[in-house]
Each structure stands twice: as structure tokens, then as C-alpha cells.
Ligand binder design. Structure first.
Ligand code: GDP
Ligand code: MN
Length: 378
């Protein structure tokens, strides 16, 4: 679960990381009222669950009340790569001498958290990694977390001045605590700035909580902002479907995560692009199939749908029934390619053929067919 910047900053603040004050506003009038309380100059910042807001015009320093109202209005009307801005953070502008990067991310390959720091902050860390990798220091954390001596080493990599270094080391230790205590998969400060007075401040916060840990953090689970998340993913979670939106054109309905991955691989292998990962799970619940279909048919990028069902515990006839129910309920002109094999395959084929539909049994053939249908429909 991604947190908004202001929510991440609340966690940072509670952990003792120095963060400028701020208020969330939903309207221009609210923004102006916050501005009056906080004092100029201010920064107006789009609160959306996606990075790179600065480049998209979603972060703006303002020096007058008129400018504050104008920029708050403009940013509240922005759409940042599919994320509509509904809230802005109003926060006093800090003077910046240096912008650093500090982040802790779960390194799945090494099965440990990884601390990364860079003196080249403020820009995309991916860009720094590509162009000047020597400007990133990487430290894997182990069971001890981040020991103080390693925090000091990381801080020295960022800034040679003793007073600044000490503050940076403290921030890194607190960041590690935030990461650990809230079961994060990412806790990032970019930029972590030094002001001309030598004060260290976290000017941004990007925090991702591991969804699997939310059960033990009801306070964090309550921070979920359904209005800002992808509506398809919200609905899928409610219906217990594993759904991840991607940017291709072929909708996939598959039972089992492994088969879903294999299906996506095969689509890519044959030159197609999947619009989603969708696992309807091992059960044979027609409701899930209906929910899956209604998700896909509402996605304007989907040009064709592939059902790929390997019947085991999942019964093919149940999936067929779910699909037919879904078509009765929502009706769609989308081409649908069905591949099914396994438990109750014959019953499924009979059900489908009674409605003029056929099912393939070969996965490769089905994938090539759906790619062709998507290309025709494009
Ligand atoms: P992001 O683009 O989504 O990562 O948003 P950030 O919060 O990181 O802001 C982008 C950039 O705006 C930063 O790297 C800074 O250069 C600038 N910025 C953000 N806050 C302030 C501030 O308080 N004062 C000044 N002068 N610049 C700021
Ligand atoms: Mn940032």
C-alpha cells in the first residue's frame, strides 16, 4: 500500500525525523487558509500515489497569496499520469543548499532491506543509478538493522561536515526504524536537504507498506486512500481477486498465480502485451469470474480477453458458467478467447457451445489467437 507524502511525513515526524510542518487542502480556499496559518513562501504539492510530481508540474513554490491561490487551483485540476489530484499539501518552503537521497527498499534478491544513499538527490534515483552509479552507496541491512557505525559511514558518503553528518546519521537510523516498525517495503526521502544554515530536513516522503503486514497495523490500514488508488485494483481487492494493472491490450483471466505468470510470458513471447495480471484463484466461484469480466470490460485499453483455465480444484464448467453469467449481466463486444482443460472440461465445452462459443485446449494456440484478435480490434 502506497502512502501519500503527507502520511509518510506523519510517520517520519513521529519517529523524530525533521520534517517541515504542513496542512492538506482539498480546495483553493482551504489552501489559502493553510497559507495564512503557515506563512509565505510556501510549496504547493500534489498528493497523488505516484512519483515524479515535480516534473509533471505538481510541485510549486509560491511567494504571494495570489500565487498560492492560482497554483493550488491549477494543481488541484491536474491529472498526473492517470492520477487525478484531489488534495494538495501546503508546506513552508525551505531554503535548499544541498539535495541528497536516502531510501530503504526491500531487496528481494538478497532477502534483506537495502539502504541506498546518494549525494545526487532531488532527481530520479533510477537515473542516477543509470548514469552515475558511483554516486550511490548501497548497504544491505541484516538482522541487526542499521548499526550506528554503518549509519555514520553512509552519512559521511553524503556530506563531509561533522555537524551535518551527525544529523544525517541520525535521520538514517530513524528511517531504518520507520522501515522496520511499519513493515515497509520502501521508505524513501528524496530530497533529504541541507539548508544554508546547516539544518537537515526531509522534504519528501515515499512510503510503501507491505500489504501482507497490514493485519498487524490497523492504524496504517486505515490510511488507505481508496479514492486515489486504481479503481480496478480496489474492486479486485474487495472481490478477493489478485489483480495488477499493466499497460498492454490483452485482458487475462487465469486461475492460479503461476499459470497467470506463464500466460503473460507467453503473450510477450508471441509479441503481445498483457493489460493485467489477474488470478481468479483456485476456487470455482462464478461471482469471481463475473467480477473479473466486469473489471476488464471497463478498462478501455483492453482489446481482447483471454481465459486460460487449468481445471483442478477449479472446475472448468463453473468458470464457463461464470463467464456466461458475466456476459448476460454486462454484455460486451470484446473478442474472447477461451482455453480450458482439466476437471469438467467436457461439461464446460457443452455449456459454451450451447451459446455458440468454442474453447481451445492448447495454450500456445489460444495465446496466438488472442493476440490476433486484439490486433484486429485495435
Ligand atoms: P517529486 O517530484 O514527486 O519527488 O516531489 P518532491 O517533493 O521531491 O519535490 C520535487 C522538487 O521540488 C524537489 O527536489 C525540490 O527541488 C523542489 N522542492 C520541494 N520542496 C521544496 C522546498 O521546500 N523549497 C524549495 N526551494 N524547493 C522545494
Ligand atoms: Mn521526491
Amino acid at each position: 500500500m502506497n502512502l501519500h507524502e503527507y502520511q509518510g511525513k506523519d510517520l517520519f515526524r513521529a519517529a523524530g525525523i525533521p520534517v517541515p510542518p504542513g496542512e492538506v487542502a482539498r480546495t483553493v480556499d482551504e489552501a489559502a487558509a493553510s497559507g495564512e496559518r503557515l506563512g509565505l513562501p510556501l510549496v504547493v504539492k500534489a498528493q497523488v500515489l505516484i512519483g515524479g510530481r515535480g516534473k509533471a508540474g505538481g510541485v510549486k513554490v509560491v511567494r504571494s497569496v495570489e500565487e498560492l491561490r492560482r497554483e493550488a487551483g491549477r494543481i488541484l485540476g491536474l491529472d498526473i499520469r492517470g492520477h487525478q489530484v484531489r488534495k494538495v499539501l501546503i508546506t513552508p518552503a525551505s531554503d535548499i543548499e544541498k539535495e541528497y537521497y536516502a531510501g530503504i527498499v526491500l531487496d528481494r534478491k538478497y532477502e534483506t532491506p537495502l539502504l541506498m544513499v546518494s549525494p545526487a538527490g532531488g532527481v530520479d534515483i533510477e537515473e542516477v543509478a543509470r548514469e552515475t552509479p558511483e554516486k550511490i552507496l548501497r548497504l544491505h541491512l541484516d538482522q541487526r538493522g542499521l548499526p550506528a557505525y554503518r549509519a555514520r559511514a553512509a552519512a559521511s558518503f553524503l556530506d563531509p561536515r561533522p555537524a551535518v553528518r551527525r544529523q544525517l546519521a541520525t535521520v538514517l537510523l530513524k528511517l531504518a526504524r520507520v522501515y522496520h516498525e511499519h513493515d515497509c517495503s520502501l521508505a524513501e526521502i528524496n530530497p533529504l536537504v541541507v539548508t544554508p544554515k546547516g539544518e537537515v530536513l526531509a522534504l519528501d516522503a515515499k512510503v510503501v507498506i507491505d500489504d501482507n503486514a497490514l493485519d498487524r497495523h490497523p492504524d496504517l490500514a486505515a490510511l488507505r486512500d481508496l479514492g486515489a488508488e486504481d479503481p480496478g485494483e480496489v474492486e479486485a481487492r474487495e472481490k478477493s481477486l489478485s489483480y495488477v494493472r499493466l499497460d498492454g491490450s490483452i485482458g487475462c483471466v487465469v486461475n492460479g498465480a503461476g499459470l497467470a505468470m506463464a500466460t503473460m510470458d507467453l503473450i510477450h513471447y508471441h509479441g503481445g502485451r498483457a493489460a493485467n495480471f489477474l488470478d481468479i484463484g483456485g476456487s470455482s466461484n462464478p461471482e469471481k469470474v463475473t467480477a473479473a469480466m466486469s473489471l476488464l470490460t471497463r478498462d478501455a485499453r483492453v482489446r481482447a480477453v483471454l481465459f486460460n483455465i487449468f481445471g483442478g480444484i477449479t472446475r472448468c464448467d463453473d468458470v464457463a458458467r461464470g463467464l456466461l453469467t458475466a456476459l448476460d449481466r454486462i454484455g460486451t463486444k470484446l473478442p474472447i478467447v477461451i482455453r480450458l482443460t482439466g476437471t469438467n472440461e467436457k461439461e464446460a465445452r457443452d455449456l459454451l457451445s450451447a451459446r455458440g462459443m468454442t474453447a481451445l485446449s492448447d495454450m500456445d494456440e489460444a495465446v496466438r489467437a488472442v493476440i490476433a484478435r486484439a490486433a484486429e480490434a485495435a
